[in-house]
Design a protein around this ligand. Structure first.
Ligand SMILES: O=P(O)(O)OC[C@H]1O[C@H](OP(=O)(O)OP(=O)(O)O)[C@H](O)[C@@H]1O
Ligand SMILES: NC(=O)CC[C@H](N)C(=O)O
Ligand code: SF4
Ligand SMILES: [Mg+2]
Length: 506
């Protein structure tokens, strides 16, 4: 038995996420789902024996907090010994000085998680730690697999103890299954990744080194950074903001279908997928990732400003002031103002102590949450024709409440501009935008939505505009939640958990 020391007393987590398949192969119900696009998870990894790897990981996770606020965890490897601490809550609530001091090691793996099913339990926190022939591995996953049913069956054949399990844990067990046949870490892991379908950006710790992996479509991001050290040490993070916070320099992205293996010898790269095809989640660029993170060598702030400029040209309107819905609508609102010449102002003040996903699942809590989060500047709004810009409308709760608030504050006209197209389809790849029946644009036309929101005008950015403004190959993105064109096929059983299979108005 290889020693594992857990600061918490949890055994390895067990539960399925997203399009979750329970032990009896039933799709897990999604009650208690918040009405927001929930953030994907954040992953972090570091190999740096000379550094306090637990503290570095703590800071990395701190910067990635916007990607998951349900639970957080860090696993460090001290030789073959694993130290693990994970719990429910924000990174700052889960860790303190004392706990971090109890996590020594040469390398570390960290995770921040937002659950996508009803169960929100400590045992589901990551990293997932699994024992193999070669020792323990600790796995942190961002994304969702879509082939959990067959994968689970294959794993059960090897007598793995899958009572209930996250898809993330299934990847860890698949690696164990392959390694246990006599393969080494790399061969075994690659064999396991080839059995996984869907979205997976992974950071995996072993006693020998840290792996960074992306699925063949690179749906979720993962970047590599270097520390200013001799020898050069490498860091992995979901976004570049996770590198900035520890002073690491952005080197490059882990490529779709690539595995990087970071050890004492440095960084080695393996392209394990025969047919990688880049399909980065466009929603990461529009909303999920932090605006100060780099994608395609520019900040997302710049991209989002361009989206605002584009919609100002596509759907102009006269008004006295333009402002964004804090936080994510602000860069596009600035872009809108620049392109239209309409002054940019602030019409809403955000309580900075209320997080992104503070808003709760019940309607009462949602409304309270919104009131706590955003407060109107009445004297700025009174008698004005206002343009309000947001990055997206998902269920429409934010917009509905805001328009009402703006009218009550004396706004004379309210025009809404959205810097992405209507969200008509659910996501199966690790961002829980909701079931299709809850998506306002899945069942209503833009005119009907405008009427329901009680705005004087409403316009969404065109799909072409959203993609062209990336200044990248427009085929290199997943935009399935706007089109229903899923880059990785969704099995029928999983589809039924979220899609209205009858015709919907789009
Ligand atoms: O139509 P809805 O279902 O209301 O969802 C859309 C809203 O949710 C997100 O904001 P959120 O408050 O989560 O985060 P932010 O502070 O980063 O904008 C997004 O930016 C929209 O404002
Ligand atoms: N949103 C995510 O990336 C989720 C990761 C993983 N599928 C889990 O539920 O734990
Ligand atoms: S369906 Fe939408 S949210 Fe999901 S990966 Fe594709 S673009 Fe992103
Ligand atoms: Mg918002």
């Amino acid at each position: 038995m290889i020693p594992i020391h857990s600061v918490t007393s949890d055994e390895y987590p067990h539960s399925l996420r997203g399009a979750a398949i329970l032990a009896n192969n039933q799709i897990e119900s999604h009650e208690n789902r918040p009405d927001k696009p929930e953030e994907a998870c954040g992953v972090f990894g570091i190999y740096a024996p000379e550094q306090d790897v637990a503290k570095m990981t703590y800071f990395g996770l701190y910067a990635l907090q916007h990607r998951g606020q349900e639970s957080a965890g860090i696993a460090t490897f001290e030789g073959t010994h694993v130290h693990l601490h994970k719990d429910m809550g924000l990174v700052s609530q889960v860790f303190n000085e004392t706990i971090l001091e109890e996590l020594p090691g040469e390398l570390a793996v960290g995770h921040t998680r937002y659950s996508t099913t009803g169960s929100s339990r400590k045992v589901n926190a990551q990293p997932a730690v699994v024992e193999t022939r070669l020792g323990l591995l600790a796995l942190a996953h961002n994304g969702n697999l879509v082939n959990t049913v067959p994968l689970r069956e294959e794993l059960l054949k090897s007598n793995f103890n899958l009572v209930t399990s996250t898809d993330s844990e299934m990847i860890a067990y698949a690696i164990a299954q392959e390694v246990n046949t006599g393969l080494d870490w790399l061969e075994g892991s690659i064999r396991a990744f080839k059995r996984c379908e869907g979205a997976f950006s992974l950071v995996i710790g072993t006693a020998d080194g840290v792996m960074g992996v992306r699925d063949p479509n690179g749906i979720r991001p993962l970047v590599i950074g270097t520390l200013d050290s001799d020898p050069i040490r490498y860091v992995l993070a979901s976004e570049t903001c996770g590198l900035d916070i520890i002073g690491a320099e952005y080197l490059r992205d882990v490529e779709p279908g690539e595995l990087v293996w970071i050890t004492e010898a440095g960084l080695a790269s393996f392209h394990w997928s025969p047919q990688p095809e880049r399909k980065l989640c466009i929603f990461e660029m529009i909303y999920f990732a932090r605006p100060d993170s780099l994608m395609h060598n520019e900040t997302l702030y710049s991209y989002r400003m361009r989206l605002g400029r584009r919609i100002a040209k596509e759907s102009p309107v006269n008004a006295d002031i333009v402002f964004g819905v804090p936080d994510s609508g602000i860069p596009a609102a600035i872009g809108f103002s620049q392109a239209s010449g309409i002054p940019y102002g602030e019409g809403l003040i955000k309580n900075r102590y209320v997080g992104r996903t503070f808003i709760q699942p019940t309607q009462t809590m949602r409304e309270l949450g919104l009131r706590m989060k955003l407060n109107p500047l009445k004297d700025v709004l009174a008698g004005k024709r206002v343009i309000i810009v947001d990055d997206s409308i998902v269920r429409g709760t934010t917009s509905r409440k805001l328009v009402k608030t703006l009218r009550e504050s004396g706004a004379e006209e309210v025009h809404m501009r959205i810097s992405s197209p209507p969200v008509t389809h659910p996501c199966f790849y690790g961002i829980d935008t909701d079931t299709q029946d809850q998506l306002i644009a899945a069942t209503k036309s833009v005119a009907e939505i405008a009427k329901q929101l009680e705005v004087d005008s409403l316009a969404y950015l065109s799909w072409e505009g959203m993609l062209e403004e990336t200044r990248e190959d427009t085929n290199s993105f997943c935009s399935a939640c706007f089109t229903g064109d899923y880059p990785v096929a969704i099995p029928e059983q999983v589809k039924r958990s979220k899609l209205i299979l009858e015709k919907v108005v789009v």
